[in-house]
Design a protein around this ligand. Structure first.
Ligand SMILES: Cc1cc2nc3c(=O)[nH]c(=O)nc-3n(C[C@H](O)[C@H](O)[C@H](O)COP(=O)(O)OP(=O)(O)OC[C@H]3O[C@@H](n4cnc5c(N)ncnc54)[C@H](O)[C@@H]3O)c2cc1C
Ligand code: FES
Length: 355
């Protein structure tokens, strides 16, 4: 019989059973006990907690997200930690009261659309076996077919009201297990998949309507921002103003430009959209440069704003600096970086790492 351990989460005093091989975070999110987290792959340190009692295996926690001295001090990353005994942890569980928490669940899905939408980018739509509840900006884990339980995380680009079919926008990563090795190779409409979710805390803060939002998306980093924009405007969940910058190297690396232009026309008082190209002369209707530099040209000061950013770790690092150069405090900046296995193995440190 497989062993289970009890994890007690302080200061909540909640007890959660963790199955053998399961991480503390996975067990808690499935039990509806919210713990802070972002990447769920041991790179961002958002899920760092103190182990007050008991032993854990730190698993695949990266050495820069959980340093040696922190391990000695009794810290762990719940997204990688597997209990070896009953354990008590102390977590920083100050979740925004306004945020609705949806427990993580398993789903079976069927691919209903797989189309090329830009250079090396596909739109993948998956019909789930039942409805999913999630916040705009969250992501799911997809088990890669033909592998021994490898999963990859992709952000929903659909709004939460479309809760039976989820849309992912995925970039091909040469040599990547899920993309090069499966999605861009032999995945097809009709294929069945296993998924779980929702995960993540990069969500549209609908309760901060008095503060306008600047969104910076690089490549498929547009996906969670697309979910947020649709939820804000079409679902009327946010009355404030949103300025969205979507970046790619060339025009052919950008997608859904016409869709966002249409939204700009429909919601002129609430939405502005700037597609940006960094490696070619911009045609009419496009801006030239990285999203962060174009944003800097438009805004001298962002005091009173909220900043959202998503893309590769390098892109997010640049955006973070740009936002801060425009006097946006870290507490008003929300981001997700699309860290991959190569970044982790090559020792790249996430710009969003929490110390
Ligand atoms: C929260 C979150 C949300 C995300 N959302 C999206 C999204 O909406 N859309 C999107 O396109 N991406 C998204 N990503 C990125 C996504 O999860 C995957 O990382 C990406 O799709 C690549 O997966 P892969 O399996 O194809 O590549 P991987 O197998 O992870 O490989 C990536 C690169 O690393 C190299 N590599 C792999 N293993 C090693 C190793 N052991 N040593 C050295 N190099 C190695 C590979 O050759 C390849 O070049 C997100 C990431 C996170 C963390
Ligand atoms: S959520 Fe655990 S390190 Fe990112």
């Amino acid at each position: 019989m497989s062993e289970t351990y009890t994890v007690t989460v302080e200061p909540l005093g909640r007890e959660v059973e963790v199955a053998e091989g399961q991480t503390i975070l996975e067990a808690c999110l499935r039990a509806g006990v919210w713990l802070p987290h972002s990447c769920t792959h041991g790179t961002c340190a958002t899920c760092k907690v103190e182990v007050l009692d008991g032993d854990v295996d730190h698993g695949e926690a990266s050495s820069f997200a959980l340093m040696d001295f922190e391990r000695e001090e009794g810290k762990t990353l719940t997204c990688c930690a597997r209990p070896q005994t009953d354990v008590t942890i102390e977590a920083d569980v100050d979740v925004d009261e306004e945020l609705e928490v949806f427990p993580v669940q398993d789903f079976t899905g069927t691919i209903v659309e797989l189309t090329d939408i830009a250079n090396d980018i596909k739109r993948l739509r998956i019909e789930l076996d039942r409805e999913i509840g999630f916040n705009a900006g969250q992501y799911m884990k997809v088990q890669v077919p033909g592998t021994d339980g490898i999963d990859r995380t992709w952000s929903m680009a659909n709004p939460p009201t479309e809760n039976r079919v989820v849309e992912f926008q995925v970039r091909n990563v040469p040599g990547g297990v899920a993309t090069d090795g499966w999605l861009f190779k032999d995945a097809a409409v009709g294929d069945s998949l296993q998924l779980s979710g929702p995960y993540g805390r990069f969500v549209l803060r609908t309760w901060e309507e008095e503060r306008p939002i600047i969104m910076l998306g690089g490549g498929t980093g547009l996906a969670p921002l697309a979910s947020m924009v649709k939820h804000a405007l079409i679902n009327e969940e946010y009355d404030g103003h949103i300025t969205l910058y979507a970046g790619g190297r060339t025009k052919n690396d950008l997608y859904d430009v016409d869709f966002f232009r249409q939204l700009e026309q429909e919601y002129p008082d609430q939405f502005a959209f700037h597609p940006c190209v960094s490696a070619e002369e911009p045609e009419e209707g496009y801006r030239g440069g990285y999203v962060s530099t174009v944003m800097e040209q438009d805004f001298d000061k962002l005091t009173g704003y909220q900043g959202y950013m998503c893309g590769s770790p390098a892109m997010v690092e640049g955006c973070l600096k740009s936002f801060m150069s425009r006097r946006l405090f870290p507490r008003d900046i929300f981001g997700e970086d699309f860290f991959n296995e190569g970044d982790k193995q090559n020792g790249l440190s996430s710009p969003l790492i929490k110390r």
